[in-house]
Design a protein around this ligand. Structure first.
Ligand code: PBG
Ligand code: ZN
Length: 332
């Protein structure tokens, strides 16, 4: 006689007991966009609820966030001078450097400061690395060739400037080859053995970054990022990229975007012993916000379904613009 299986989920108490996925506030990282100046708190059009903050306003907002448990932040610098060599990216006076110092001065060990390391907001052409003189000679319309090794040097200097200011962790998002190793070596040689690296290991060339590029004013002027970011048709190659970053010394591996790449998160989780992060990016956020504003979806329910899905797929860490809402509105 075959046994009829019991549907344990019929009982609400047992349903809670057998839940395979549980979220905690400790999993979330909240991104911030930092601009020069004072008393700046400017909303970002395509990302309702997300602002550009000057450092003084950042401190006020971070203090409120800390009370809610938002204690891991990811900083992006916006509005700095844009040059061919991205020199403002590794300046010891950048807004990001100021933000790190002030956050650490005010909140010390209570806040964990992570910085995005990439030059697209600091180059006059908006690419994530320096362009080769060769590609410039090709003129308008030619594919933009990013020169890998000179870009890696700049990225390492940028990471070092952030570490020097007190960043706990740096997060290279550029996708140049060998940058994790180069950053690790430079940090170690300067005495920052304890500064961790979260690698944007698997970053796809994605249209989901659209709202962010408005927020960070970092869209490439010509061409796209397909020569350095991942092709979204490829899952095996994605894993290969992540394995390289692991060998180079990454402490956390990230998949980005998240929603359309659940298979990649899950595959990575099965193939590494490192913590896996996913970045629930700007376009994913904006789509939810827009539909919610129209009353087409239930924002809380959709957001929490997405967050559980990231966790179920294997993400230990979730970087999301929804973090503040989740903790403030007690959705957990
Ligand atoms: C910069 C960077 C991007 C994002 C994080 N760092 C944009 C890009 O590569 O075009 C995307 C974040 C988001 O969309 O929320 N390299
Ligand atoms: Zn970039």
């Amino acid at each position: 006689m075959t046994q009829r299986p019991r549907r344990l989920r019929k009982n609400p108490i047992i349903r809670e007991m057998i839940a395979e996925t549980r979220l905690s506030k400790d999993m979330f990282i909240y991104p911030y966009f930092i601009v020069p100046g004072k008393k700046e708190k400017q909303g970002i059009n395509a990302m309702p609820g997300i602002n550009h903050f000057s450092v003084d306003e950042l401190l006020k907002d971070a203090e409120k966030g800390l009370k809610l448990g938002v204690n891991k932040v990811l900083l992006f610098g916006v509005g700095e001078e844009k040059t061919k060599d991205a020199s403002s990216s590794f300046s010891n006076n950048s807004v990001v450097v100021k933000a790190i110092k002030e956050l650490k001065k005010n909140f010390g060990e209570d806040i964990y400061v992570i910085t995005d390391v990439c030059v697209c907001a600091y180059t006059d052409h908006g690419h994530c690395g320096l362009l080769t003189p060769l590609s410039q000679r090709r003129g308008a319309g030619g594919e933009a060739y990013v020169h890998n090794d000179s870009s890696v040097e700049v990225l390492a200097k940028m990471a070092h400037a952030h570490a020097l200011a007190g960043a706990d962790m740096v997060a290279p998002s550029d996708m140049m080859d060998g940058r994790v190793g180069a950053i690790r070596n430079l940090l170690d040689s300067k005495g920052f053995e304890n500064t961790a690296i979260m690698s944007y290991a698997i970053k796809f060339s994605s249209s989901y970054y659209g709202p962010f590029r408005e927020a960070a004013d970092s869209a490439p002027q010509k061409g796209d990022r397909k020569s350095y970011q991942m092709d979204f048709r490829n899952g095996r190659e994605a894993l290969k990229e992540a394995m390289l970053d692991e060998q180079e010394g990454a402490d956390i591996l990230m998949v980005k975007p998240a929603l359309a790449y659940m298979d990649v998160i899950s595959n990575l989780r099965a193939n590494t012993l490192l913590p896996v992060a996913c970045y629930n990016v700007s376009g994913e956020y904006s789509m939810v916000k827009a539909a919610a504003q129209k009353g087409w979806i239930d924002e809380q329910k959709i957001v929490m379904e997405n967050m559980h899905a990231f966790s179920r797929a294997g993400a230990d860490i979730i970087i999301s613009y929804h973090t503040r809402d989740i903790l403030e509105k007690k959705w957990l």
